[in-house]
Design a protein around this ligand. Structure first.
Ligand code: HEM
Length: 136
């Protein structure tokens, strides 16, 4: 009975990557709201004084999350995660504060299941990059 299932239903059942479930515009809204928090965070804001072109930085981070959340890169750009963060001399506790800010933003901006999945991806990235940034 191969033809008994309408093609639309089959397409709907396929899991969309998280980036598409959220959409580029909402990723941009999350990134913007996230940096609004970081820019006034008492313990983290000083790190961001190295950023002079905020729109360009936010655009870069939107592209970053687009790819991390399963999308195809729209720009040819390597991310210099380890080098740039090593230069900031971050402490372990900074990652916790950063993640708290992201979680608060996600909960505010997205449906709970999307917020939870994005946070899970962020934690995986942190587990991956933290040792090389903290030098352990
Ligand atoms: C622990 C707290 C963190 C602080 C204070 C922080 C701060 C910064 C700052 C100041 C920059 C700009 C550096 C520059 O242009 O010289 C930057 C870049 C960036 N950050 Fe973070 N960051 C943190 C954690 C993270 C985490 C956990 C992620 C990913 C999940 C992340 C993703 C990025 C990306 C993708 C860039 C752009 C790198 C590039 O230019 O290639 N950051 N961060």
């Amino acid at each position: 009975m191969a033809n008994s299932v309408p093609p639309d239903y089959r397409a709907m059942a396929r899991v969309k990557p998280l980036c598409e479930q959220i959409g580029r515009q909402r990723i941009a809204a999350v990134v913007h709201a996230f940096y609004d928090r970081l820019r006034v965070h008492p313990e983290l804001e000083h790190f961001f004084s190295v950023i002079h072109d905020w729109p360009a930085h936010e655009e870069l981070i939107v592209e970053y999350w687009w790819v991390v959340l399963g999308g195809d890169a729209m720009e040819e750009r390597e991310f210099a995660m380890a080098d740039k963060h090593r230069a900031l001399n971050l402490a372990e506790s900074d990652f916790d504060l950063w993640l708290d800010c992201l979680r608060e933003t996600l909960v505010e901006q997205l449906e709970p299941h999307l917020a939870a999945q994005w946070e899970k991806h962020a934690k995986q990235v942190i587990d991956f990059i933290k040792p090389s940034i903290l030098g352990r």
